[in-house]
Design a protein around this ligand. Structure first.
Ligand code: PMP
Length: 383
């Protein structure tokens, strides 16, 4: 099928699969063991760490491997709150369009008494900097805002937010899960103290990711133990980490022109959909990652449209995969000020390295043959 759901996950690259098999079959010993097989695994871990660090623009010692971005996000929040508990600086500031896992954590902490501020976004889905300036005061422990939104692809002003956070004495965390592999990513240049990434969004395996922790921040672990310099306990997922490193190598070796190719495909898909009556594209007026197109076909229910597309062998998703299938409209679209009838209609095409001209052609053929007639019926009924 034509897979247009790369923001949900990507197919593992052959290089990543090969690296994982090698780690499973050959370097399967425990990297903490002092015997030779253990030391062989330890060398592989160190080598993978330095390759991932190079890709992310951080020092190898700043990298903590985790089970993915959800764990990295949780670790960042817990560690930042723990670091300032003694001085009563406990407020968590995040955007109102963060990943559902982080939104859920914020709600849980709030129920436990942690003050939480959710920053509004504008109609294009960008965090409102004026509101951020108001909210980020002397009681803030952490500002956590994603680099790019998973539903709309909209880029967030994270460098400006990091400046505001630091001016107030707070720390800055960036969930860069949807940036890695889609745009240049350089932790050192980002200005953040903490950054989350996940391997499976860039053709690596699921269940592995990383939290980058700026040198000098003594990170309290979420999972206590000796591994990862006492920052994340548990025997390292070496097959996953090796696959992650191979995926990073591949992403680093992909020419910038390929991002432009993906952007051109996305723009073509979007422009052709936009010729239909009642189509609204989200985030089109602001900077976005190259691969993402979030739009609605009038007020046609996203699930109805997706069903029609899937019958034509084209798969996409409504909002976040993590929220898909639920009856709740996307919190991202609602935060952008959309009424729930629009939010329920929003769907997402997300392209990837393996997307081709032919895929976009097939998707457009499906849209024009299977979705456009529904839209015309809806317009006629409204007249
Ligand atoms: N943050 C963002 C922005 C995401 O898009 C995702 C994946 N949907 C996550 C976090 C969670 O990543 P993982 O699946 O590795 O836990």
């Amino acid at each position: 099928s034509v897979y247009l759901d790369h923001n949900a996950t990507t197919a593992p690259a052959p290089e990543a699969v090969a690296a994982m098999l090698h780690a499973l079959e050959v370097a399967w010993a425990n990297p903490s063991s002092t015997h030779e097989p253990g030391q062989q695994a330890r060398r592989l871990l160190a080598e993978a760490r330095s390759r991932v660090a190079t890709f992310l623009g951080c020092q190898p010692s700043e990298l903590v491997f985790t089970s993915g971005a959800t764990e990295a996000n949780h670790t960042a929040v817990h560690a930042a709150l723990a670091a300032t508990r003694g001085i009563g600086r406990q407020r968590l500031v995040l955007s109102s369009v963060e990943h559902p896992g982080l939104m859920a954590l914020a709600a849980r902490l709030e129920a436990e008494g942690v003050p939480v501020t959710r920053l509004p976004v504008d109609a294009d889905g960008r965090v409102d900097l004026a509101a951020a300036r108001e909210a980020i005061g002397a009681d803030v422990a952490l500002v956590s805002v994603m680099g790019a939104n998973n539903e709309t692809g909209v880029l967030m002003p994270v460098a400006e937010l990091a400046e505001l956070a630091h001016a107030a004495g707070a720390r800055m965390h960036v969930d860069a899960t949807q940036l890695a592999g889609k745009a240049a990513l350089d932790f050192a240049a980002l200005g953040a103290d903490l950054m989350s990434v996940s391997a499976h969004k860039l053709h690596g395996p699921k269940g592995v990711g990383a939290l980058v922790v700026r040198k000098g921040f003594a990170l309290a672990p979420l999972l206590a133990g000796r591994q990862e310099r006492h920052r994340r306990g548990g025997t390292e997922n070496l097959p996953g980490i090796a696959g992650f490193a191979a995926a990073c190598d591949r992403a680093a070796a992909t020419p910038a022109a390929d991002i432009e190719r993906i952007a051109a495909l996305r723009d073509r898909l979007e422009a052709s959909c936009a010729t239909l009556p009642g189509v609204q594209v989200y985030g089109r007026r602001v900077a976005r990652v190259a691969n993402t197109c979030c739009l609605r076909f009038g007020t046609l229910d996203a699930e109805l449209v997706l069903g029609r597309l899937e019958r034509a062998d084209v798969v996409a998703s409504s909002g976040a995969a993590c929220a898909a299938g639920g009856t709740q409209p996307s919190h991202v679209l609602l935060a952008m000020g959309e009424p729930s009838a629009h939010a329920r209609a929003a769907l997402r095409f997300s392209l990837g390295r393996d997307s081709t001209d032919a895929h976009v052609q097939q998707a457009l053929a499906a849209v024009h043959a299977a979705v456009a007639p529904l839209l015309q019926d809806a317009v006629a009924a409204a007249c």
